[in-house]
Structures are given as C-alpha cells and as structure tokens.
Design a protein around this ligand. Sequence first.
Ligand code: GLC
Ligand code: GLC
Length: 637
Amino acid sequence: MIDDKALSRTKRRIHSALEKQFSDWKKEDFLLYTARVERNLERLLYHLDSLYNNQPDWYLFAEKMVIEAGKSWSKRTTVLRAVDIEREQSPTWFKSHEMVGAVCYVDLFAKNLNGIKEKIPYFKELGITYLHLMPIFERPKGENDGGYAVSSYREVDRALGKMSELKQLTKVLRKEGISLVLDFINNHTSDEHKWAKEAKNGDEFYKDFYFFFPDQNIPNQYENNLREIFPEIRRGNFHKNKDTEEWVWSTFHNYQWDLNYKNPEVLIAISQEMLFLANQGVDVLRLDAVPFTWKRMGTDCENQPEAHSLIKALNAVARMAAPALLFKSEAIVHPDEVAKYVSHEECQISYNPTTMAMIWESLATREVKLLKESLKNRFHIPADCAWVNYVRSHDDIGWTFSDEDANSIGIYPAGHRFFLNHFYTNDFTGSFSNGKPFQYNPTNGDLRVCGTTASLAGLEQAIDLNDEGRINDAVNRIILLYSVALTIGGIPLLYLGDELGLMNDYSFEKDSSKKEDTRWVHRYSMDWEKAKSAQKGDGIAGRIYQEMKRRIWIRKNTPAFGSGDIELAETNNRHVLGYLKKHGDEKIVVIHNFSEQQQEIRCWLSIGVDLLTKYQVDLNGVITLDGYQSLWVKLDE
Ligand code: GLC
Ligand code: GLC
C-alpha cells in the first residue's frame, strides 16, 4: 500500500504538473478544479496504487488521468458547472419521493432522439423524473445485443440521431426536471470499436486493451471457474478471432470484447469517454456488467476486489471533473455482492435485482416468506445511496436469491429455482404465466426467464381464454408489483409499456439477428394507439394506466416513500407482506396481499387512512384484504 511519504510526494508532483498544464486558465477556475482534485486525489491514488503498483511508474498514470480530467472539465458548460455545485451541496438529491424512473429503447419507443423529445408530455403526465434511454451509441449492424456492443462512445447510432441532438435533449429534459440516464458499457467494446480494429491490425498498444491468447491453453484454465452468460448462443467465454487467429476474451457475445483493465491505459481511456458523456449533460451513467471487469485466474472472474477499485477510481475522477454525475450499478449477482457496489464512493444507486426477483417469486408461490427473509437480510444499503426498484427490465429474470435465506426457512434453493423457471414458462399446472425460457445451460441446468410484466403476470393467458376473472387477477398482479416498487423506497423504475400492460411480442422469432435471444420477447415497440386510448381510460390498458398513474402521483406526494429503510411489519398471514416507511413524523404502513384470495390479517399498530382509497383503517385489529389488494396506510400521529 502506498505510504504517507510517497503519497505526499505524488500529490506534490501532480499539483505542479497541473500548474504547468493549466497556466493559462483563469485563476478562479484553477482554484476550483484543484480544490476538487485535492478533495479526491488521495482516494484516487489509493485505488490506482491497489490496481497498478506492480508497474514501475504507475503514478504517471495518475498524473495523466488528472490532467486529462482537467481538460474535460474546462470544456464543461456554465449550466453543467452550476449543476455540479448544486449537487455537491445536496449530494443525496436523487433520494426523494418525487423521483420516478422510466426506461425504454429509443427506437422502439419513439423512433429516434427527436421522437423522445416529443414524448416529454407523456413522461410528465406519468410523473417521470429519471429517464433511462438504453444504448444509443454506434454499434455493429445486424447483431449488436440491443446496442450493448459499443463501437464508439462518442457517436450516436445514425438511426437514432446525432450527438448534438443528444446534447440538446439533455438540455430540454433538464428544464423539464427529468434526469437523463445512459448506459456506460465499459466492460467491453464491440469488435468494431477503433481500439478493437487497431488491435485486429496487430497494433500492440491496442492489443493490450483486450485479452488475446495464441491458443486455448490459458482460456481453458480460466474456463474451469467461469460462468457462461449466453450458453445457448456460444459455449464458454472466448472465441477464435478470424483476423488474428487468436483467442479473444468475450464474456457475452463474440462481437463484445472484454477490456483489459490490468492495462492502466484502458482505465485512462475509459475515464475520458466517461467525462465526454458527462459533458453532454448526462446525469447518471448506468455501469453495465460491473462484476466482470477484472479477471483473476482460479476465480469466477466476477466481483473481484479490483472491479470495485476501478469504479471507485472512476468515481474519484468524476468528483473532480463532473461532480454532478452519478453511477448506477448493474450487478445481477448474489445479493451480498450486489450491495458491495453501492456506496457514495462507488455507485450511488443500483438496480435491486433481489427484490425484483422475490416479488415474482411471491406471486408464483402466493407466499411472502422468502421475500420477507431477503428484505430482512439483504435490503439495507448506506443511507446516502438508493436502490432502483423495478419489476421488469430489458433483460431476463434470474433467481438470484441467497441460498442461505432459502435454506433457513426450509426452501430447497435448487428445487425452488427449478419450480420458478417452470412456473414462469408455463410448464407447471395452474401457471398463469407465459414466459419464455432463456439460455438453458445443459451442463448445470441453469435457466432464466423472459417475458413482459403483463404476460408473466397472466394477462396474455387471461385474454386468450377471454376470462374476465383472470383478466382482473392479471391486472391486479401488475398493479401489485408496481405498488411494491413505488413504496419500498429508493427510485421506482417503470419499464415503459408496462403502464399499458403490453404483452409478449413473438416477432423476434422470425428475425435472424434476434431469434436466438428470447429477451426480445419483452422488447416490444411502444403501442401509441393504445397509449392514447389508455390516457382516456379505455380498455384494459386504460385500467392499468390510470391506476398506475394515480399511484405514482400518490407516491410523489408521500415523502416517506423516498426514504431508504424499511421496517418489516407482522401481518400474521403468510400471503401478506407488510412494512413501515418513515420520514420525520410521517409513518406509512404498506400491506400487500400476494394471493388472489381474500385474506385476514392481524396487526397491532394504530388507526390511519389508506392513501389509495382515502378510507380510515384500523391497523390495531383484524382486517380483511381483497385478493392482490395493497393498503398504503398513513398512521395518525
Ligand atoms: C448487461 C445488459 C445486457 C447485455 C449485457 C452485456 O447485462 O443489461 O442487456 O446483454 O450487459 O452488455
Ligand atoms: C447475467 C449477468 C448480467 C447480464 C445478464 C444478461 O445475469 O450477470 O450482467 O446482464 O446475464 O442476460
């Protein structure tokens, strides 16, 4: 570890390098930037040291990073500089009941970036303040993993628009109170990124940006411990590149090449791409596939300590040169590993894949014990951070609950995952769900599930059967799941289209670039006709839309829903979840019945008013809930 002497020597050296480099800056600019450097340099050095101290002159990399960051900062607009200061003064600005997120693919939702701008009134009506546009960057034609193969972080894909339009969009969104979230896919680039092209041409500098192996000897040694992400598409984590005849590390698809962060030049280059995006006015970068960035022989190469140091180093650079920027972590792994990415020095916000999977688990079993256990043991994160609570994303659902939690309440984990996969792919008697299996691994039996919220929740089947009762249940299930996301704390995230109950789209099966990837079943085009009639309250979509909107706005008026922590409340009924949310004197008890049957619960709380119905409810006694009913009870003081 870096000792105090070396630390102050390095700090001094970097300071004089900055003085030299930025001698032509205005004095107040220099003071502002160097003050931010001063506040964050020690931790940057600490992390770089832990990553690269095996390299003789590693501190020169630190110097380069800080200088390059300064150049980026000098290009930051006045507006963004003001946002920087504002957020430095209120660093937990994103932790508010008024925050409501939404996510979509630009092309499927609104054709292009200009189309997104036109949809702002739709977002406003739904109370959206956080908009995640899935990958918009240049990507290979044909297969590109929905844009998660990036050929340039600085160019918008031509079909979607131009970088200048993105910049313009961030300005308009900001005026409307909507923060823009973009993916930062920094575990890998596409094989058409200029770094990869140079590497294919044999350029040694860029070859070292990736992992090349002359034969399969070393890959096979790694492979002993690696997971396979898309085993139906390709076995293993490496492929042989046609141009160089070498083996390339590609965890996801052959055209997504893992970056080699053991090479500090990669981190420096990536920090530049990050700051470029921040300067376009992006508020949040969703760090894609964070567990995979550091490889260590003999391990599964996921969640290595260095994977954390890399993000923390980037976080320190962001605090220097774009302090308004937040990181959102995408780690779909064991709950305890997910939580490790969440801190103010690393990712301030994170997907909450555990609660997401557990609400689906409760819906299938009609029991809340595993959900309760996971909330009890795995929900807590630091107070200055927030979960992003979602029901569906563009990816599959994996049953990533903790085996320990399951075992402790008598659930056999492997058998339970087997059951859930069969239940949600309509391979279980009585299942209401029309999901699709995703990436079966014949070696270990692993499987995940795809499908839209509505189809997984039974709407597709109910409509096929033309059964009013089942339609009701399905609608209620959709509302129930979103009721959890809206009230449990942090930022709720709406997968756009869910507010209309959009169902599975099977057309991908006919598209050769998509047919092997069942995730496309839930990546539908927005149905604007339906949206229009739903806004008037027509049809099933209208019922879902109106109720969803109503609940969003109730949430936005209830400060306790923005706060992070929950206290579980005993309902004395195995089908019913209860929790308490607090903010100052405000106390809200939220109760969810995960069964279609009426349920009686017994609580020892007090009297309050249900925010959903405005009726008084006595939570000190026995009450009856309808199937799938939620109560959001504000307790009297
Ligand atoms: C993330 C994305 C997923 C993509 C993968 C590889 O998990 O959410 O869609 O396939 O990363 O980039
Ligand atoms: C796995 C990975 C996650 C990825 C997903 C794509 O769950 O952990 O990062 O997005 O697969 O299907």
